[in-house]
Design a protein. Structure first.
Length: 303
């Protein structure tokens, strides 16, 4: 297959920069990737200048069908709290332009199905996927990537996600022995690039819904691992479903968001231990070595 052209929305963020670096690395460019474009409202920004220095081409303004002409793979990496109409507009532009592969902005919990909780972010993601599928008529390969929790974010978020290492308490919204999949940013970016290359070459080579599992630990296991690294016991507290659902249902958008995430962690929506695409994207760790929780805890000591 001829080298592909990739366009990215949200490339100036940390994960986007990593994806562009990977796409334009000697491993992929120019043998598998001919060029990378990125949409930006401010081409003079520091992030845009860094992308240009890597060899990416800026496209100023919003995503349009004209801006996506000749693009094989379109990747959205914008934040989760994005207006549904905005997401649908750029997806329609991708369909109208004849893009072959679309990777929407997911990169979190696998919220599909009849879950017993709701939040606007996940409801909009579901609606966006249904809309894009309906207008593409099967002509665009849509690949949603679920990564669980970003390895580098977990201890920084701390008590926000129930991991209060400094005070020695981990709080799980649901069973504390439920595995949670964690993935490092570099491993996520590598996975995105592999999806782009594989799906463009053969849409059937990659599932429509991809889950990756770099390392999996429950709150109980995390408490034991971090406690050992710090030489101090960490207490684990379980919050029952009635109290958890109360946290999800009360307050404003962001007040409810993190409890919704944590409820997902405790109820298996980030347990990708048994069903994942690790061997499709990175067979026998041929392309990279997954970063483990043990390595991260050794580096950070849980803070």
């Amino acid at each position: 297959m001829a080298p592909i052209t990739v366009a990215i929305l949200g490339a100036t963020g940390d994960l986007g920069l990593r994806v562009v670096r990977r796409l334009l690395s000697p491993e992929y460019s120019p043998s598998q990737v001919s060029s990378v474009k990125f949409f930006t409202r401010n081409p003079s920004s520091a992030g845009a200048q860094e992308l240009k220095a890597l060899g990416a081409e800026p496209v100023e303004g919003e995503v349009t069908a004209d801006g996506l002409k000749g693009v094989d793979v379109f990747i959205s990496m914008i934040g989760g709290a994005t207006n549904l109409d905005y997401m649908n507009n750029y997806a329609k532009a991708a369909v109208d332009a004849g893009v072959k592969v679309y990777i929407p902005s997911e990169y979190g919990i696998d919220h599909r199905g009849n879950n017993d909780f709701h939040h606007e972010i996940f409801d909009d993601k579901e609606a966006h996927h249904h809309y894009t599928s309906s207008i593409s008529g099967g002509k665009v390969k849509i690949v949603s990537l679920y990564v669980g929790l970003f390895l580098e974010d977990m201890f920084g978020l701390g008590a926000t996600v129930g991991l209060d290492t400094k005070n020695g308490v981990y709080t799980s919204l649901g069973p504390a022995d439920t595995p949670i999949s964690f993935n490092a940013r570099e491993d996520i970016s590598s996975s995105i690039v592999r999806i782009a290359v594989l799906a463009a070459a053969d849409p059937n080579s990659v599932p429509d819904f991809v889950r990756i599992n770099g390392s999996a630990f429950s709150y109980n296991q995390l408490a034991a691992l971090v406690g050992k690294a710090r030489g101090a016991e960490i207490k684990v507290v379980e919050v029952d479903d009635a109290e958890s659902k109360k946290l999800i249902s009360e307050g404003d958008f962001w007040t409810r968001f993190f409890p919704a995430l944590r409820y997902g962690y405790g109820h298996g929506l980030t347990d990708f231990t048994k069903e994942n695409s690790n061997e499709i994207l990175n067979p026998d760790q041929k392309y990279w070595k997954w970063k483990t929780m043990e390595e991260w805890v050794e580096e950070t000591k849980g803070v």
